[in-house]
Design a protein around this ligand. Structure first.
Ligand SMILES: NC(=O)c1ccc[n+]([C@@H]2O[C@H](COP(=O)([O-])OP(=O)(O)OC[C@H]3O[C@@H](n4cnc5c(N)ncnc54)[C@H](OP(=O)(O)O)[C@@H]3O)[C@@H](O)[C@H]2O)c1
Length: 384
């Protein structure tokens, strides 16, 4: 069985590769992304005050310059105005720095690491990826390689190349991308044309809440998939625990989230999501199913800060990040970023209203165990 993991360098993709390897160390995995040399970063909530001075750091800052040479890497989100689609590897739309990557704790653990493919010279545009399930810093590596095609989800030819000879496609969209629906429907078209037997789509919990632009896009992809004739499975995960970077929280000594301090939010461990993806990719019986993936735990900012304090033994304060700071500067950078600002704001508003809660039954059934608790996640983060 040959499996395509879209976005192998992303948070979802790297967790999924670990889980697939956990089930079958010899699984035949191919990845598709634009810049396989770089671990991807997503937009995340910034826990704490990242500024070293007395002024409160802005959550998002527009940096009209070269991300390579600048020194502004202590910012939450750096945006690069211009044409982000056609540039080199540096033309990344949005870069999130969860904490201070330059001077911080040295916790640069990645689930996916690149190694040079000896065949690179003969296979154009392809690289090998070594998956390292665990801490890259420990030096205990398991050398499982996947082939990674360098390509763009927006390019039909790249999509066709990516699905060639593939049995199972695992697709998810880059976060807050204005054209994520076209990427999804394009991948479905490519999968149908290539005779792919199984298509797994990672959507989002309550995608039917179409006031959130990312949800509306996902719902459109789900609808297209339902009529594709493919053997599909839709997974709708809750907000990820990994949005809160425990190392960065401890470094800042603060957890500031864009919610009222006592508003409780539901969270899902990405490792649990990945276990479910690997299960439905490997086992029969999940075709034409849509599963909500949610834990039944919901915690407020104050409760998470207290939990991190208790587990780590280091004091963490809880604060409310003003929503305006979450998207400050984005609109000025162009149409794509205006979309991102709107998508981030509406998602946050929905989360604040609903708590992003879901029913945990399907997750518990699929895992065959209890979902990870936030405390499990914090403890694991401290040992990584
Ligand atoms: N954060 C949450 O709590 C949450 C909860 C539920 C659902 N979700 C959904 O999860 C998704 C984001 O997942 P994530 O955080 O794992 O994403 P991520 O870390 O940003 O990873 C995105 C991956 O896609 C690749 N990619 C981006 N643009 C591409 C393009 N044009 N062509 C080919 N590959 C491309 C990236 O690599 P390159 O940049 O090298 O191309 C990277 O490997 C979103 O759809 C979001 O709505 C998030």
């Amino acid at each position: 069985m040959r499996i395509l993991v879209v976005g192998p360098t992303g948070r979802t993709g790297s967790h999924v590769i670990d889980a697939l390897r956990g089930r079958d160390p010899d699984a035949d995995i191919r990845g598709l992304c634009r810049y396989p040399q770089e671990p991807a970063r997503a937009i995340e909530t910034v826990p704490g005050n990242l500024d070293t001075g007395s002024a409160k750091a802005r959550a998002i800052e527009t940096v009209p310059g070269n991300l390579d040479t600048g020194t502004s890497r202590k910012r939450a989100i750096e945006t690069v105005p211009g044409n982000l689609d056609t540039g080199s590897a540096r033309a990344r739309a949005i870069e999130t720095v969860p904490g201070n990557l330059d001077t911080g704790s040295g916790k640069k653990k990645r689930a996916v690491e690149l190694v040079v493919d000896p065949l690179e010279g003969s296979i154009a545009m392809s690289r090998a990826i070594e998956t390292v399930p665990g801490n890259l810093d420990t030096g205990t590596r398991r050398a499982h390689s996947i082939t990674c095609l360098t390509g763009d989800l927006e390019n039909p030819a790249d999509r066709a190349r990516a699905v060639e000879g593939i049995d199972v496609v695992i697709h998810y969209a880059p976060a807050f991308h204005p054209r994520e629906a076209a990427m999804g429907t394009g991948m479905i078209d490519a999968a149908v044309a290539a005779g792919v037997s199984r298509f797994i789509y990672v959507s989002a919990l309550h995608a039917q809440v179409t006031s959130v632009p990312g949800h509306a896009a996902k719902l459109a992809v789900e609808a297209y998939l339902a009529e594709s004739g493919l053997q599909w499975t839709v997974l709708r995960p809750q907000t990820y625990m990994q949005n809160i970077d425990v190392a960065a929280v401890l470094e800042a000594g603060a957890l500031d989230l864009p919610f009222a301090l006592t508003t409780r939010q539901g969270y899902l461990d990405m490792a649990d999501l990945a276990d479910v993806v690997a299960k439905v990719a490997s086992e029969d019986g999940h075709a034409l199913a849509t599963y909500d993936l949610a834990s039944d735990e919901a915690l407020s900012t104050a409760e998470i800060a207290a939990l991190v304090t208790t587990v780590s033994g280091r004091s963490v304060t809880a604060g409310e990040l003003p929503v305006a700071q979450l998207v400050a500067g984005l609109e000025a950078a162009g149409p794509a970023f205006a979309y991102v600002a709107d998508a981030v704001t509406r998602l946050n508003a929905w989360q604040a209203r609903s708590g992003g809660r879901g029913n945990p039954g399907a997750l518990r059934w699929l895992l065959g165990r209890e979902p990870a608790s936030f405390e499990d996640y914090v403890r694991r983060s401290l040992t990584e």
